[in-house]
Design a protein around this ligand. Structure first.
Ligand code: NAP
Length: 133
């Protein structure tokens, strides 16, 4: 699959949302509402599928979701879930992609994830959220 490049249309980055639980699905819908292409993956695929009706491309794997995306968002339970998902997605990432890590993982895990990002050449944004859906 080809994805429009950020370089071609910098105002319209393609966003991969990994984790479409309560928070991730809301984020994905807001991104779609803003006109951004969204590639959505969730461990339990059935939880991501409703986003297809809003225009998201739902993928079978995290690797498929991140391949060709400009921005990756992780919105998962905790540090181990993020580490596991990043490992699974690693084959699809490319240097220079932005990784916005929004799961609540704590300071220690954040440091480890930032190191992983650096190793993959990703631009790491630590972006935890407060509030609720
Ligand atoms: N909800 C809130 O009001 C709120 C507010 C502030 C911050 N947060 C933080 O936001 C994050 C997400 O919260 P949420 O409310 O959206 O939680 P949620 O609805 O329970 O969703 C959790 C997500 O993590 C996935 N997940 C869990 N373990 C995984 C693993 N080992 N590998 C891959 N995916 C895994 C789940 O996939 P499955 O669907 O397959 O289980 C699901 O997509 C958490 O860190 C939470 O602390 C939440």
């Amino acid at each position: 699959m080809t994805t429009a490049s950020f370089a071609d249309d910098p105002g319209r980055p393609t966003v991969a949302v990994l984790g479409t639980g309560i928070m991730g699905s809301g984020m994905a819908r807001n991104l779609l509402g803003a006109g951004l292409p969204v590639r959505a993956w969730n461990r339990t695929r059935a939880r991501a599928e409703p986003l297809a009706a809003d225009g998201a491309t739902v993928t079978d794997t995290a690797e498929e979701a991140v391949r060709g995306a400009d921005v990756i968002i992780t919105m998962l339970n905790d540090g181990p879930a993020v580490t596991e998902t990043l490992t699974a997605a690693a084959g699809g990432v490319r240097p220079g992609q932005i990784w916005m890590q929004s799961s609540t993982v704590g300071i220690e895990a954040t440091t480890g994830l930032a190191h992983r990002a650096a190793g993959l050449g990703l631009v790491y944004l630590d972006a935890p959220v407060s509030g609720t859906r």
